[in-house]
Write a protein that binds this ligand. Structure first.
Ligand SMILES: CC(C)(COP(=O)(O)OP(=O)(O)OC[C@H]1O[C@@H](n2cnc3c(N)ncnc32)[C@H](O)[C@@H]1OP(=O)(O)O)[C@@H](O)C(=O)NCCC(=O)NCCS
Length: 156
């Protein structure tokens, strides 16, 4: 389902994995990731996707950035893009034990670079996260949402 055309700045096949330390690295591809590397996400969700479904989400998204440490995914962000004008960022999460290290902000920065050709990049967040996103260049707006909680686990 990856969008065709030029708007994504780079492809999953590019050699864009950048090593920030010997332990933590970032990559823009889920190729080679296995479900056992994805344990612990969707913290607090009552009906969370399984790691297998999480992998489907990563491979089905138009763009993804992963933070990987010691062979384990410790953070991820996904984007859905129309190939021309608009992109949205539906999911961003850092494993609880790894929060506060700058990983979340770095995932957003790298995704914004990947989507730099897009006119609109939208997301919805809880009010307490507004300062986090404002520091990354986002502006407050009103969002309207619908949720089907029976499908929260992604229907594995
Ligand atoms: C939001 C989230 C991805 C941030 O990841 P992180 O790696 O901890 O973020 P960073 O370390 O890059 O933090 C950057 C800044 O935002 C602040 N911040 C991060 N999470 C915050 C939160 N939940 N509430 C308020 N401030 C927060 C940090 O204090 C930090 O500020 P500082 O640079 O002045 O110290 C992470 O808390 C998370 O996974 N939360 C659960 C899922 C979620 O809410 N996702 C966002 C959906 S819109």
């Amino acid at each position: 389902m990856a969008a065709s055309g030029p708007p994504l700045a780079g492809k999953a096949t590019d050699r864009r994995a950048i090593y920030c330390s010997t332990m933590l690295r970032y990559t823009d591809s889920a190729a080679g990731i296995t479900p056992d590397q994805l344990a612990g996400f969707f913290d607090g969700w009552p009906n969370p996707p399984t790691p297998e479904t999480h992998l489907r989400i990563l491979t089905g998204s138009d763009a993804v950035i992963l933070a990987i440490e010691d062979g384990r995914v410790v953070g991820f962000i996904t984007a859905i893009a129309d190939g021309a004008l608009c992109a949205s960022l539906p999911l961003l999460e850092v494993l609880p034990a790894h929060r506060g290290r700058g990983i979340g902000a770095e995932l957003v920065r790298r995704m914004l670079a990947r989507l730099s050709n897009y006119y609109a990049i939208d997301l919805a967040c809880d009010p307490h996260l507004a300062p986090f996103y404002e520091r990354l260049g986002f502006k407050p707006a009103t969002a309207m949402l619908r949720r089907n909680f029976a499908a929260q686990n992604g229907r594995p």
